[in-house]
Design a binder for this molecule. Structure first.
Ligand SMILES: Cc1ncc(COP(=O)(O)O)c(C=O)c1O
Length: 351
């Protein structure tokens, strides 16, 4: 058939994001997408209004999430996952072909992909040798519109020094939006930057229910910001951002008992992570285990191809990170204690 070649040239050249599902894999133990390994309790759905477009759902979800996050309801925009928040920020703040964003690699790949879709330039200020923010170089980027900081950072797992983040937000106060991606913040809630929202109009916080809340399949995320950013975001957000079943599930997952249940599961994952890290760092095949504040951990190996093959043979699907600094690394999402024992058994046997 004749090829239709009408797309924007920069879209034609685009590398799509390689999500865990797109990469796929083969096995019984899935530790590649930083999901929670525990299934959720059953949710109930009221289907009586499904012939109507949703309206109240998002308002209620926003108000309930605001209560959970400790902000005002007007500061919360519910969206189809944190990924939609990243995309909307790019579309709202970066003029195609002209503007740029700052990222700090290695970091979450969707900042680059959304910038590529918007035809915005990406200025990469790599993390320092100890995977912290290079504040001097970031704040020297005078012409940027949007700075993404992922804390805790995917894929390294560490969070960044609070004073560094605040220095960056303050530096760009009237020049650029600084978006803190807190996708994994429930695993280290004391590190959230939410309380700084009252001090900075350019600060944006991105959240999701895909990780600690165990709702990746429902895909609800949030953008949290002050009024001037919110006024802009509400112009670019889709008219019906959440499907009603997702809104109903999000509301039930935000009930106090469900939040307490989520926090118990987070505590369990943190314990499993610490036990896993302290066990594997003794193994001869393991070069280093990066300290993690999230539900995944980045491990470097003396021979990562060999480790990968052994894991694959054992039916364990983890994640290799296509970044030049991480060619010897494998990222493991923290699964159940039994799943992590299976990983330990494979790594222990590696020479
Ligand atoms: C840092 C980070 N931000 C955002 C997302 C996307 O979250 P969501 O499922 O809400 O789109 C992910 C998913 O892996 C992530 O790691």
């Amino acid at each position: 058939m004749k090829k239709i070649n009408l797309s924007n040239p920069h879209i034609e050249a685009l590398e799509p994001y390689m999500s865990a599902r797109r990469i796929g894999g083969c096995g019984e133990i899935w530790l590649n997408a930083n999901e929670l390994p525990f299934p959720r309790q059953a949710f109930t759905l009221d289907v009586s209004e499904y012939h109507r477009y949703p309206d109240q759902g998002p308002d209620q979800v926003q108000a309930t999430y605001a209560d959970y996050a400790g902000v005002d309801p007007e500061q919360v925009l519910a969206l189809r996952g944190a990924d939609e928040a990243i995309d909307l920020l790019l579309r709202a703040y970066c003029q195609s072909g002209t503007d740029s964003i700052v990222i700090n690699s290695p970091t979450y790949g969707m900042y680059q992909v959304c910038a590529d879709i918007q035809n915005a330039a990406v200025i990469d200020v790599p993390l320092t040798a100890d995977y912290q923010l290079d504040v001097a170089v970031i704040t020297a980027q005078d012409n940027t519109k949007l700075v993404f900081i992922c804390s805790p950072n995917n894929p390294t797992g560490n969070s960044f020094k609070r004073e560094d983040i605040i220095d960056i937000v303050r530096h760009f106060e009237s020049e650029a939006i600084v978006a803190i991606d807190e996708a994994y913040i429930e695993f280290c809630p004391e590190q959230s930057l939410i309380s700084e929202l009252k001090n900075f109009a350019n600060l944006v916080v991105i959240r999701t229910m895909s990780k600690a809340f165990g709702l990746a399949g429902v895909h609800v995320g949030y953008l949290i910001a002050n009024q001037s950013v919110m006024d802009i975001m509400r112009k670019v957000a889709a008219p019906y951002p959440l499907a009603d079943p997702c809104a109903q599930i999000a509301l039930q997952a935000l009930e106090p008992a469900a939040v307490a249940f989520m926090q118990e599961q987070v505590a369990e994952i943190n314990l499993i992570r610490e036990a896993f890290c302290s066990t594997i760092q003794r193994f001869t095949a393991v070069k280093s285990v990066l300290p993690s504040a999230a539900n995944f951990v980045l491990v470097t190996f003396t021979d990562s191809d060999k480790a990968w093959r052994a894991l694959t043979d054992a039916g364990i699907v983890a994640r290799q990170i296509p970044h030049p600094r991480l060619l010897d690394a494998i990222r493991f999402s923290i699964g159940t204690a039994k799943e992590m024992e299976a990983v330990i058994a494979v790594l222990e046997d590696l020479a």
